[in-house]
Write a new protein. Structure first.
Lengths: 49, 565
């Protein structure tokens, strides 16, 4: 089976996000979006209870 | 039955899907391309492929039905998914990419030993091999009942639709086909949402529809009460859902194969994170579509039971009189309900509080009477055939689509359902073939060159397609198997995840420790299933925590061959 040479294509690769800090910001964005989704759904639940 | 114009739209859409898949498949020339799409996919393709794999045809048909029956509460099932995407991106994805694995189970031999890899790969092949048959059978059953087609032929048609694409093109073709199929599905859902809004009674806006749905409790999306026996609440969704989604995306090759197709760890991670961002809103809108169908049916006649085959059987059977009496009561109660709801809306507009109160009380009474009539109809179905499926959730949306949406759009919706069935089948069958080649064939004592391995990969794919179609024919005669196979997934996912998390986090644990811990963890999950009323989402957490914890405890006493991972 053909394997790519070590490091070829398989790391984070060029481009952004790539640094640990930028990934941490993306992770935080996903978690904040979930929190916002749950807050909106809680509002909907209470509004039409 | 399907109208000619809808049939043409369906045939044209299916021809486009198959032609697109085969055209893309022809570029696959090597094993790397066949197994993991040559690690060449950009993140949007990874994201669509991951989402398309999870959204099976049953999900597409059943989720609006779930919204109709249970309202928005099912959305909580997905709360753990964004968290799981973050955990996966921070842990397993970089490890898989660094080790250049083609299947998730390859990683286990690198970290532990051959027997742990074989245990995980074996569990996957058995569980997913049976599930692949059900993936074809379940939508084929609904389509055959609704359209009057033969179930066996419908299963074979679905198998035939995926076979050309994946046998020739493997993972690369799957990724490209997913992108097109999922676009069709999303477009069709959006169009259907707008059209369902237009079928609401004259003068009724979106806000009015929400008010009607809310009055029936259909907009109770989040339940904050902690109750381990309740299937959907905030805590089961966040904690149990996190472990279920972690297991599914991190250890099930049908998903691992999709994100390993990313051209770098960055593309794989961005694809998964995009899934984490849009999954909850997307499921919310699909459930809301079902809620809108519920509202529309409050103002017009609805079938007492949505599965036409079971209804016809009950009407023609020895309990036909009871069935007809129940149906008559249902129709009367529903007519009264529609009239009362209209009167209530008029009273609201005219600020007539007394009239509004009266109309509301009449609507409540009519609703109770209608529910009682439906219960009697279901009892008649059960009395006619004790083995009959009395859950008609999967049929609600399609019945509505067939009777309300304009010609052409119905064909498009049917094409989207076929596309969804092809999505999940393609991913499963490609994953089964990859695991067969990488975790079984490549480890046999005799060595095979890459060209022959590519041929073997195509043969393995064909084998699994034939296996799935054959099992689907068998499942058609054994309805209870559907439920059994679905439960099986949740029974094993927690333990599987536990093995992978032990590999990452319990550095001193070796193959023997994790093997014994996995067997004990699995025994505990089986005990929960057999002897407790715990909701199935929690099984994933229990299996995982026990496997990791026991591996840590056993590790000092068991021989270790731990490697760096």
């Amino acid at each position: 089976m053909s394997e790519p040479a070590a490091g070829e294509r398989r790391g984070d690769g060029p481009g952004r996000p790539g640094t640990p800090g930028s990934w941490a910001r993306l992770y935080a964005l996903v978690i904040l979006a979930l929190a916002a989704d749950i807050a909106l759904l809680l509002w909907l639940t209470e509004r039409y209870r | 039955m399907i109208r000619p114009a809808d049939a043409w739209v369906l045939v044209a859409a299916l021809a486009l899907l198959v032609a697109w898949g085969i055209a893309r498949a022809r570029s696959t020339k090597d094993l790397e391309g066949f197994l993991v799409a040559g690690h060449s996919m950009p993140w949007p393709v990874v994201a669509f492929s991951v989402m398309a794999t999870q959204a099976s045809a049953v999900t597409f048909m059943a989720t609006p039905g779930q919204g109709y029956i249970g309202g928005l509460s099912f959305v909580q099932f997905y709360f753990g998914l964004p968290l799981a995407m973050v955990v996966l991106c921070a842990t397993l994805v970089p490890v898989y990419q660094r080790l250049h694995v083609h299947t998730a189970y390859e990683f286990l031999e690198n970290r532990f030993d051959a027997k742990t890899r074989s245990l995980a790969a074996g569990l996957f092949l058995v569980q997913r091999g049976l599930a692949a048959g059900i993936t074809l059978y379940a939508p084929a059953l609904v389509l055959s009942v609704i359209l009057g087609w033969d179930i066996g032929l419908t299963c074979a048609l679905l198998g035939a639709l995926v076979v050309g694409t994946i046998v020739v093109g493997g993972a690369k073709a799957v990724a490209h086909a997913h992108a097109l199929q999922f676009s069709i599905i999303l477009g069709t859902l959006a169009l259907t949402f707008v059209l369902v809004l237009r079928t609401l009674p004259h003068g009724m806006g979106f806000g009015d529809a929400l008010a009607v749905a809310g009055a029936s409790g259909k907009l109770a999306a989040v339940d904050t009460k902690f109750d381990p026996t309740s299937r959907y609440n905030l805590w089961a969704g966040l904690l149990g859902g996190l472990f279920l989604q972690l297991s599914y995306f991190g250890t099930d090759q049908s998903q691992v194969g999709r994100f390993l197709a990313g051209r770098s760890a960055r593309e794989s991670k961005l694809g998964l994170l995009f899934n984490g961002l849009v999954k909850v809103p997307m499921q919310f809108f699909i459930l809301l579509l079902g809620v809108l169908v519920f509202v529309a049916y409050r103002f017009e006649p609805a079938p007492v039971f949505f599965n036409p085959a079971e209804s016809a059987k009950a009407a023609a059977g020895p309990h036909g009189d009871e069935w007809r009496a129940a149906e008559h009561s249902w129709n009367s109660a529903r007519a009264e309900l529609a009239q009362a709801l209209r009167a209530e809306r008029t009273a609201q507009r005219e600020h007539d509080a007394a009239a509004e109160r009266d109309a509301h009380a009449t609507a409540l009474a009519a609703d109770v009477a209608a529910n009682a009539a439906r219960a009697r109809a279901v009892a008649a179905i059960q009395a006619t055939d004790p083995a009959a499926n009395t859950n008609d959730t999967n049929y609600i949306f399609l019945r509505y689509v067939l009777s309300h949406l304009p010609v052409g759009v119905v064909g498009l919706v049917l094409a989207a359902i076929f596309a969804a069935a092809m999505n999940s089948s393609m991913a499963e069958l490609n994953a089964l073939a990859s695991t067969t080649i990488v975790d079984v064939v490549e480890r046999l004592p005799w060595k095979t060159d890459e060209r022959h391995l590519l041929t073997w990969s195509r043969i393995a794919t064909l084998f699994w397609v034939v296996f799935a179609v054959t099992f689907a024919q068998f499942a058609a005669r054994l309805g209870s198997l559907v439920e059994a196979v679905n439960i099986m997934g949740s029974l094993f996912y927690g333990t599987m995840l536990g093995i992978f998390l032990t590999a990452l986090w319990v550095k001193r644990a070796g193959g023997t420790a994790v093997f014994v811990a996995a067997l004990l963890g699995e025994a505990a999950v089986l005990a929960c299933w057999k002897f407790s009323s715990l909701s199935f989402l929690w099984w994933n957490l229990i299996g995982c925590v026990l496997t990791v914890g026991l591996a840590a405890v056993i590790a000092p006493f068991a021989p270790s061959r731990a490697r760096t991972g």
